[in-house]
Write a protein that binds this ligand. Structure first.
Ligand code: GDP
Length: 425
C-alpha cells in the first residue's frame, strides 16, 4: 500500500516527524520531488538531524530509502548526508537512486545565486540551492539524467559542449561571470558517476514490484501546497510540484496506488521566503510565537533564516488539504500554543469588502485581509498527554473547530517533536 505524506501549508509543517513515525511500519520511503532546498528536522534515539535529500526513513534498519526520478539530485550533498548519519552511529542505510533522476550541477547553484543577486530587492528569497535553474534545464531538455553518466564518453562530451555553449552566453553577457570549463564539467560528472553507481536502480520497476508484493511504501513530500508551482502562491513558489498526485510521476507508480494521503497541517502558520501570507503577524506577538516554537518555530532547517509567523489560516489550510487530496490530517506543533490566553484563527479573507473562504490566485491574495475568530486558549502544557480525552477542553475545541473548517478528519495530533509524541483519534 502506498501512503503519501505531504504538507498543506508553506512547508515546515512537521512532515519529517510524521514520516519518521509512520516509517516504523513501512518497507520503503521515497522522495519524489524537490531537492536539498528544504529540510526535515528529526529527533530520535541517535540524536538530532537535519535531512535535506535523504528520506526521513533512513534511521530504520528495515527500510529502503529511495530517491525518485522527480528529485533534484545533488550527488555530493546526498553523500555528505549519508556520511554524517553514519558518523553519528546510524547503521548504513539501504539507498536506491533512480536512473532517471536528473543531476543538480554546480552551475545550477551559481545561476541561482547570480539571478538572486541580479534581482536584488525583487529576489525570490531562494535558498540558492540551484532548484529553479535545475528544473528549468530539465524541462528545456538540457539537464543530465543519471543514466547519461553511463553513456559513451564522446556522447557525454558532446552534450556537455552543447550545454556549456548556451550557459556561457548567459554567464558572460547577463551575469558577467566566469565561463564554464567543459573539461572540468566532464570530470565532475565522472566523480558523480563513481559516487552514485552503487545505488542506481530502475526505481519505477522496483516500486511497482514492491506494490505487487504488498509492501508498505511512503512517499515523502517536501514543502506544502502553497509552494506548488501550479496551485501555490505563484511566482513565490518552488519549482517542482509539492502535491501528492505528483508522487505518482516523481516516483514512477500508478496514480491509483496512492491510497492514503496524510496531509500535515501545523497548528499555527509559519513561512520561509517571500510571498503572500494573509494571517502573518509581526512584532512582539510574532517574536513570542517564534521563540515558543523553538526548533519548530525559529529557523528554517536548510536556510537558518527566521521564519515568518502567523495565526492558523483555515482558508489556506482547507485549500491546502483539498489540493493534496487529503484523506486524513496530522495536526502538528499544537503544544506550542499552550501559552496563549486567546488564539485568533483566520476563518475568511476580506477581498475588496467581500469575505471568502476560498483561496484565490496570487493577484487577489495580495488584496486579502484576514477575518479572525478568536478562540479561548487552554493555558496548559499538553506535552506528554497520550489520549485525546485527556486534552484540555479548550484544546479539543480548537482541534474540532479547525477540523470543521478544513473539512478533513484530523486523525493524529502531534504534541511534541519526538517520534512517540502523538495522539491518535
Ligand atoms: P518539515 O519540513 O515539514 O518536515 O518540517 P520541519 O522538520 O522543518 O519542521 C518541523 C519542526 O517542528 C522540527 O523541528 C520538528 O522537530 C518540530 N516538530 C514536529 N512536530 C512537532 C510537535 O508536535 N511539537 C513541537 N514542539 N515540535 C514539533
Amino acid at each position: 500500500m502506498v501512503t503519501a505524506i505531504v504538507g498543506a501549508n508553506w512547508g515546515d509543517e512537521g512532515k519529517g516527524k510524521i514520516t519518521d513515525m509512520l516509517g516504523e511500519k513501512s518497507d520503503i520511503i521515497v522522495r519524489f520531488q524537490g531537492g536539498s532546498n528544504a529540510g526535515h528536522t528529526i529527533i530520535n534515539d541517535y540524536g538530532k538531524f537535519a535531512l535535506h535529500l535523504l528520506p526521513s526513513g533512513v534511521f530504520y534498519n528495515h527500510t529502503t530509502s529511495v530517491i525518485g526520478n522527480g528529485v533534484a539530485l545533488n550527488i555530493p550533498y546526498l553523500f555528505r548526508e549519508v556520511k554524517e548519519i553514519e558518523e553519528k552511529g546510524v547503521p548504513a542505510p539501504k539507498i536506491k537512486v533512480s536512473e532517471r533522476a536528473q543531476i543538480l550541477m554546480p552551475y545550477h547553484i551559481l545561476f541561482d545565486q547570480y539571478e538572486e543577486e541580479r534581482l536584488g530587492k525583487a529576489s525570490f528569497g531562494s535558498t540558492k540551492s540551484g532548484i529553479a535553474p535545475f528544473y528549468s534545464d530539465k524541462y528545456a531538455k538540457i539537464g543530465f539524467q543519471v543514466s547519461e553518466l553511463f553513456a559513451e564518453e564522446e556522447t557525454l562530451r558532446e552534450k556537455i559542449h552543447r550545454v556549456a555553449e548556451q550557459k556561457n552566453v548567459i554567464l558572460e553577457h547577463l551575469y558577467h561571470k566566469p565561463a564554464l570549463d567543459e573539461k572540468e564539467l566532464y570530470n565532475t560528472l565522472m566523480e558523480y558517476k563513481e559516487m552514485v553507481a552503487p545505488y542506481v536502480c530502475d526505481v519505477a520497476a522496483f516500486l511497482q514490484n514492491a506494490i505487487k508484493e504488498g509492501k508498505n511504501i511512503l512517499l515523502e513530500g517536501q514543502l506544502g501546497t502553497l509552494k506548488d508551482p501550479d496551485f501555490g502562491i505563484y511566482p513565490m513558489v518552488t519549482s517542482s510540484s509539492t502535491l501528492a498526485s505528483y508522487g505518482a510521476i516523481g516516483a514512477g507508480i500508478p496514480p491509483y496506488e496512492i491510497k492514503n494521503i496524510v496531509c500535515v497541517v501545523k497548528a499555527y502558520s509559519s513561512a520561509v521566503g517571500a510571498g503572500e501570507f494573509v494571517s502573518e503577524i509581526f512584532g512582539d506577538e510574532a517574536e513570542e510565537l517564534r521563540k515558543r516554537g523553538g526548533d519548530a518555530g525559529e529557523y528554517g532547517a536548510t536556510t537558518g533564516r527566521p521564519r515568518r509567523m502567523g495565526w492558523f489560516d483555515c482558508v489556506a489550510s482547507k485549500y491546502g488539504c483539498r489540493m493534496q487530496g487529503a484523506t486524513e490530517v496530522a495536526f502538528t506543533v499544537l503544544d506550542v500554543l499552550g501559552y496563549l490566553d486567546e488564539i485568533p484563527v483566520c476563518v475568511g479573507y476580506d477581498i475588496d469588502g467581500k469575505v471568502t473562504k476560498d483561496f484565490p490566485t496570487t493577484v487577489q491574495l495580495a488584496k486579502a485581509k484576514p477575518v479572525y475568530e478568536v478562540l479561548p486558549g487552554w493555558k496548559q502544557d499538553i506535552r506528554g498527554i497520550k489520549n485525546y480525552e485527556d486534552l484540555p477542553e479548550n484544546c479539543k475545541k480548537y482541534i474540532e473547530f479547525v477540523e470543521k473548517e478544513i473539512e478533513t478528519p484530523i486523525t493524529m495530533v502531534s504534541n511534541g517533536p519526538g517520534r512517540n509524541e502523538i495522539i491518535r483519534r
